[in-house]
Design a protein around this ligand. Structure first.
Ligand SMILES: Cc1cc2nc3c(=O)[nH]c(=O)nc-3n(C[C@H](O)[C@H](O)[C@H](O)COP(=O)(O)O)c2cc1C
Length: 171
């Protein structure tokens, strides 16, 4: 069975929940963006496995996606920065390049944006904070829904349900 690739960007919102959900999966690899590594450090969170952190300009790890090693790409949490790049076809970081390569290689992708609601109770660096995503953040997340092979979800529960519905992953 092809593996799951799970990408983490530099979002604090739903970060702990994403790591917990990833930890419950079998046959999955963890990819963490440069900002993601910094944010893990801010919250003193340890990933359950050694993450893949590709700092090459070309994202050399993307070859594994075109060759069929991964059958599903999950991005959770996805920052408003990465979501904007996904929505406009920009691939200049590891996670944004993997997202676009999945589209080109027809690898199904599930995105859980940090900025999906009008207000978000987020995990601030020292205490919970109320965040008001901008219209542009909400529009970019909405735009992704029209991408072939891309599912956009709002919660970890929805994300896990989508994963279990992926062929070969049924519970
Ligand atoms: C502690 C901390 C938490 C953050 N949480 C979020 C978040 O929940 N959502 C978001 O869009 N950006 C968040 N950011 C800002 C992103 O990390 C920043 O925009 C970064 O450039 C995103 O890079 P990436 O999309 O390549 O991972 C946070 C930054 C810090 C320092």
């Amino acid at each position: 069975m092809a593996k799951i690739a799970w990408g983490i960007t530099g979002g604090g919102h739903l970060l702990k929940e994403s790591l917990d959900a990833f930890g419950g999966l079998e046959n999955a690899d963890l990819f963490v963006s440069a900002a993601g590594m910094e944010v893990l450090d801010v919250y003193s969170l340890e990933p359950p496995v050694t993450p893949i952190t590709d700092s090459t300009f070309s994202t050399k790890t993307c070859a594994a996606f075109a060759s069929g090693r991964y059958g599903l790409f999950v991005i959770s949490p996805a920052t408003s920065n990465s979501v904007a790049k996904f929505a406009y076809g920009i691939s200049d970081t590891m996670i944004t390049t993997l997202f676009s390569q999945c589209g080109k290689s027809r690898v199904p992708t599930i995105v859980l944006p940090t900025d999906m609601e009008e207000t978000v109770m987020s995990m601030g660096a020292t205490k919970p904070l109320k965040i008001y995503p901008r219209p542009v953040d909400l529009e970019n997340a909405e735009k992704l829904k029209s991408f072939p092979g891309v599912s956009v979800v709002r919660t970890i529960e929805e994300l896990l349900k989508k994963i279990s519905e992926t062929p070969g992953r049924g519970v």
